[in-house]
Design a protein around this ligand. Structure first.
Ligand SMILES: [Zn+2]
Length: 514
């Protein structure tokens, strides 16, 4: 079984456990069919995928929706939107846990480990819907102009990143949305604390270090991270942390200077750190360690400077690694959001807004598809072979869409082997998958009506099924037109006269007679 099969199984299990919002006995489609159909759009990166598969199913009896995604039937896009709207996005979160387990199983997680076998989880918010008209019960809103109101959706994304690694694996998101009991609008900071409360304990076994921008380097989030057994490494701007600035002013800081090659140039990295400073000015402040990195070009000009706070010990041996990990926070933007918004996933596109959860469910399925692709990139050999043969990401998905539009693949293994050029594509769909059906003879309405008339005349005398079939296939043009006109009037006598003047059908065989 391939990684995509295992992930799709997981999605199916989620749907089986979800509460079906339908009432009544209409079970033409399983609930899983709708979720799998929504997921398939993002997984295939092909908005016409369902239409193509419906066409295949109509013409040939089967489709890739059944063989690859395990759908019982292919629902229409409107049905998918209507059925996914009442389902909360959290129903799909167990699939992220299975994706993480899959990443561990295939060894992909080991490539992301750093800082003594820890993993880095970057937290950051991103907006994925904005409109002055379309809105739902879970939209946030803000003023625009004098009387205008703008509706938007934001989510807090948690993503596995690593310095020097060009892949980012998204984990469960937390949506910024109106929360019961809160008069104020929701915000990233609250969403981050909700995320930590909901998922932090489950990820504690990974020994996580949480990364975040200056917005996160506050006491409530630092305390929430420590409460779930994690560590933090947040950006700390001097302007927003006056207490730390006061402490480090006038102190001779520990310093480490290193040289590094950047192409033909040699750049200088200077690290400074200070341990045991309070995060804020009151008595309850937690104690953190502060570090800073400064990069200078050969002319001595500063090209980069940033500072961080962490609850991990900082010393001469690890300050450079800590600074590199702190800088890896940007990968959630570059490898995560940028890919999701501009590299085929179109996260900001309105795939359907609905009245309750649809917008968030679509974003979740999109994230799931991206996570599944990344896990396959990191640990599925057949997928890696297919990707390496097709070159760019866009070309890979273009070929995937083209092949599945016209050919029926029995499994992911066959499809990926075809994309990797190690197995020829399956034969045309009708050759081996279409159920046997008798050939349909081309006909026109006039000819069909005439056959019915002839059958009405001949039926009393032609009793065996074989004989009746032979009559159906008999070319009517040999019959005289006058006899047809008589038959159309429905007169028994005239019809008999007509049949007498027409070539009589052969007498039934003895075995066929009653
Ligand atoms: Zn909305």
């Amino acid at each position: 079984m391939q990684t995509p099969d295992r992930i799709l199984d997981s999605l199916r299990r989620c749907c089986a456990a979800a509460t079906d919002p339908r009432r009544g006995k209409n079970t033409t489609y399983d609930l899983a069919d709708y979720a799998l159909a929504g997921f398939a759009l993002f997984y295939q990166q092909n908005p016409s995928f369902l239409a193509h598969q419906q066409h295949l199913a109509t013409q040939h009896g089967h489709s890739n929706g059944e063989t690859l995604f395990g759908m019982r039937r292919i629902p229409g896009e409107g049905q998918v939107r209507a059925m996914l709207d009442p389902i909360a996005p959290s129903q799909f979160y167990p699939v992220f846990a299975d994706l993480l387990a899959e990443l561990e199983r295939c060894g992909g997680l080991d490539t992301l480990r750093c800082l003594d076998q820890r993993v880095l989880i970057a937290l950051d918010g991103t907006e994925f819907h904005c409109s002055d008209k379309l809105h739902c019960l879970n939209c946030s809103h803000r003023k625009r102009g004098k009387d205008g109101i703008e509706y938007y959706h934001t989510m807090l994304a948690a993503t596995l990143v690593a310095p020097g690694h060009n892949r980012a694996v998204p984990l469960e998101p937390e949506f910024v949305q109106p929360v019961d009991g809160h008069a104020k609008q929701d915000c990233e900071s609250r969403a981050a604390r909700r995320w930590l409360a909901a998922h932090g304990a489950a990820h504690a076994r990974l020994r996580p270090v949480y990364l975040g921008d200056d917005l996160f380097s506050r006491q409530p989030i630092g305390a929430a991270v420590q409460a779930v057994g994690g560590h933090f490494l947040f950006v700390c701007k001097p302007d927003s942390h006056p207490t730390i600035e006061e402490y480090r002013t006038g102190i001779a800081l520990d310093t480490l200077t290193t040289k590094a090659r950047r192409g033909r140039k040699t750049v200088t990295h200077r690290y400074r750190w200070l341990c045991g400073v309070p995060l804020r000015g009151d008595a309850k402040a937690i104690t953190v360690n502060w570090l800073m990195i400064e990069m200078r070009d050969p002319a001595g000009k500063i090209t980069y400077r940033n500072s961080f706070i962490t609850d991990l010990p900082v010393d001469r041996s690890n300050v450079a690694d800590l600074a590199a990990c702190g800088r890896a926070r940007w990968k959630i933007e570059n490898e995560g959001f940028n890919t999701l918004k501009t590299k085929g996933y179109n996260l900001e596109h309105n795939f359907g807004h609905g009245k309750r959860y649809l917008s968030m469910v679509m974003a979740t399925l999109n994230l799931l598809a991206f996570a599944c692709h990344t896990v396959c990139d990191l640990g599925e050999p057949l997928w890696q072979a297919a990707r390496s043969k097709t070159g760019t990401r866009a070309r890979f998905f273009h070929r995937l869409a083209t092949l599945t539009a016209y050919l029926l693949f029995p499994s992911w293994e066959h499809l990926l082997e075809t994309l990797a050029f190690v197995r020829p594509p399956p034969r045309a769909v009708s050759a081996h998958t279409r159920p046997h059906r008798p050939p349909i003879k081309p006909t026109n309405p006039a000819r069909r009506i005439t056959r019915q008339i002839i059958m009405r005349i001949a039926a009393p005398r032609v009793t065996s099924p074989a004989e009746r079939e032979r009559w159906k296939m008999r070319p009517f043009t040999r019959l005289p037109c006058r006899s047809l006109a008589a038959a159309a009037k429905g007169s028994r006598g005239k019809a008999q006269a007509a049949s007498a003047s027409s070539p009589r059908p052969p007498r039934p065989a003895a075995a066929d007679r009653p």
